[in-house]
Design a protein around this ligand. Sequence first.
Ligand SMILES: [Zn+2]
Ligand SMILES: [Zn+2]
Length: 140
Amino acid sequence: MNSREIAKNRLVEFGIKPSLQRLAIMEYLMNHSTHPTADMIFNDLFPSMPTLSKTTVYNTLRLLAGEGAILSLSIDEKNVRYDGDISNHAHFKCKKCGCLYDLPVEGMNSIHVENKGNLLITECHLYYKGFCERCKSEIV
Ligand SMILES: [Zn+2]
Ligand SMILES: [Zn+2]
């Protein structure tokens, strides 16, 4: 299966009609683990998709995240970051250079939380912040 087909399967799995632009954005997110912003995605896709607009990128990301096909991360105060990896994992953001890494977590779903209001929890985000390897050496 090529990456376009994998992206198509993800959209279909979440009940999203796979238009050409939705496919391109989904495929981009699955192939880039950089947790890009909407602007980064637009800037990378635009040269090969001149009909793409920023509004379409924003709307598509909102749709995909709303349906659960991608993750929308609020770890960055300035920009929403997006993630095509919807498996359970934590995120680390460097406070100096802003890079964003995945951190594998064991048992992220089984952290004991008292569910007082019998809430239906559909998402769990775990964010860590600090300094990356490169930036760490510059501050000490
Ligand atoms: Zn850094
Ligand atoms: Zn991630």
